[in-house]
Write a protein that binds this ligand. Sequence first.
Ligand SMILES: Cc1ncc(COP(=O)(O)O)c(C=O)c1O
Length: 481
Amino acid sequence: MSWAEIYPWRAPQPGGPVIRQVYDQVRAAIHEGALKPGGRLPSSRDLALRLGVARASVVAAYDQLLAEGYAEGRKGSGTYVCGDLSGVIDLPAGPPPAETPVTSGAGIEASMGFVDLQSATVAFSNGRTLMDARALDAWSRSTRRALRTLGPADFGYGDPAGALRLRGAVADYLRAARGVVCAPDQVILTSGAQQAVDLTLRVLLRPGDKVWLEDPGYQPTWYAASAAGARTFGVPVDRSGLVVSAGVAMAPDARLAFLTPSHQYPLGVALSMGRRLELVAWAREAGAWILEDDYAAEFRYAGAPLPALQGLKGGDRVIYVGTLNKALFPGLRLGYLVAPRELVGPLTATRRMVDRQPPTLTQAITLDFIESGQFAAHIRRRRIAYKAQRDALADALERRLGHALEVDVPDQGMHLIAYFRDGRSDVEAEAAAHACGVTARAIAPLYHAAPPRAGLLLGFTGFPASAMDAGVARLAGALGA
Ligand SMILES: Cc1ncc(COP(=O)(O)O)c(C=O)c1O
């Protein structure tokens, strides 16, 4: 690979020796690192044309560089920057040392640990997914078809809310699968649930507004609420989900409540119907908004799923958020929100300000994948596979670590929690596991005001059932249990 084609070559200054000026430019580009070892230099004819000099001057400058070891000729294929420059220049050292973490005005650390934990490729990193061979095959067919059907309009700018046909497909899916009541124009495509949450908080909150957040809860939402200048109130969570009465006692006049009703993050409980009705009634009375993050709705393993809050009577106070990044793969970066009509304009305008629009090619591929029936088939297969993975993990934990850990097996979602039976620190356990090559996220740091419970969050969707026992054996070794 060579950047010589687009390097800003300058015509020589009149008066000075031309060969010397050409030589100096190429040499400087090599010293700056703009032209890398082994990269192809422009042909002498091409460079002469670009510089407006005689070809012989470039040939003479190249001869000098060849003689000094900066360049090397390859028979029949031109002149290259020498592959080994160690004898002629001091190559730049490796990456600069890590800087002190940058802290934004809202107190968000740039080096947030969860990023590493979620991006790790080792068991039991959370949020990972598995695409089987059939899905990958179908995805590449969708990619080829999408590329064939993209027209000139698709290569330009598009609707910041996303392509209407894909928004329509998402609306159909949500109506059928989640009981969400919406029309295609209420769907705004985003890069994921995280961007949907951030946009909503930016649009609805003014500095000082009160916000309910789940305690324990999803850290990035806490960061996004702080960045929006909100006053955050951690509302405790019990076996029935968010304790609505506690929220009302703390901040009855909150402007917004954020929650993960179908699979509370991190504890995995579902919000009971009683609590749902209580929450919707409070929002109506207080004139508050509910931000429903349905991030793992696809993966229900037992019993009928509780439909989305948004579909309940009174759901017109709900902004519904979901993602295709969990249903397919996190690197996809495609999610959505469903907004009450009066918020569609401001949310679309904000999305445009932040990120202009979703990528057209990704949208076209995903639309084809959905319309060809592959999306529904993939979800059905994933449910079966993830349930087996969940069971394999729970079995291995029970067998190898049942004396030390109490495993809570959820009916839904992508991870489970294993609570320590004794008073052991989960933060120390996380570090010990990490040192042994296992990802096990401590949940105590996800608590704010509520009394923490020590446990490990273990993702099961990213690893085959056959890999679970080996991962748990390693975890047991790390814990010395
Ligand atoms: C509760 C919760 N919300 C949102 C997200 C972000 O999803 P996305 O990758 O679609 O931005 C995650 C990812 O793990 C999550 O756990």
